[in-house]
Design a protein around this ligand. Structure first.
Ligand code: DC
Length: 208
């Protein structure tokens, strides 16, 4: 497998922004796994599937194809404009807590990594711990709750805090810091500055 940079962290910590900037700088592909759980949630809501039922959501997850490149889609239909509605913000933590949903999404994420020849920047909640435990570089992003809520301008501080709590306390692959992940606090730092720091880490990691 080519180089994998795995990034985890809570909502609004800057994962998507940093992942995209790093991928551009290094010429890598980017994998936004939160968008995959959101796309699955959109499809559950559209079809009236009970988002608390592991059996029903798993069956749906196994029967559809969720892709993030070139755009987030379900069975080839673009759903990018539906990913951040209040309904999805509430339901996605429930979907992401179901073991069957995670199994299907993790398989799709590993397949995408196997198909990537350029290198991959993958971000989410369990990339460093479960999906890519052997990643070339593991990063855990943090930022203050106030800054994270500000970045998620369309989502309230309470909604962000509620989702963090659910994502960190669920039984299946909760958001946790891998012991070998490097911690990066993004509060008040520019994207360019963060990219430089990670590129330096990567150079030190791969030269050993
Ligand atoms: O990063 P985000 O806010 O778009 O993620 C949406 C939800 O999906 C979030 O509540 C946590 C969940 N998620 C997850 O459980 N595992 C991942 N690898 C990525 C996201």
């Amino acid at each position: 497998m080519s180089t994998v940079i795995a990034i985890d962290g809570p909502a609004g910590s800057g994962k998507s922004t940093l992942a995209r900037a790093l991928a551009e700088r290094l010429g890598y592909d980017v994998l936004d796994t939160g968008a995959m759980y959101r796309a699955l949630t959109v499809e559950c809501l559209r079809r009236g599937v009970d988002v608390t039922s592991n059996e029903d959501v798993s069956r749906l997850a196994r029967s559809i194809v969720v892709t993030t490149l070139p755009e987030v889609s379900v069975d080839g239909h673009s759903v990018g404009h539906l990913l951040r509605t209040p309904e999805v913000n509430v339901a996605v933590s429930s979907v992401a807590a179901l073991p069957g949903a995670r199994e299907a999404m993790v398989a799709a994420q590993r397949a995408q990594a196997a198909a990537s020849t350029r290198g991959l920047v993958a971000e989410g909640r369990d990339l460093t711990t479960v999906v890519f435990p052997d990643a070339t570089l593991k990063i855990f992003l943090t930022a203050s709750l106030d800054e994270r809520a500000r970045r998620r301008g369309d989502e309230s501080r309470d909604s962000v805090a509620r989702r963090d709590h659910l994502d960190s306390t669920r039984a299946a692959s909760p958001l946790t810091q891998a012991p070998d992940a490097r911690v990066l606090d993004t509060t008040g730092r520019s994207v360019a500055d963060l990219v430089e720091e990670v590129v330096e880490w990567l150079a030190n990691t791969t030269s050993h």
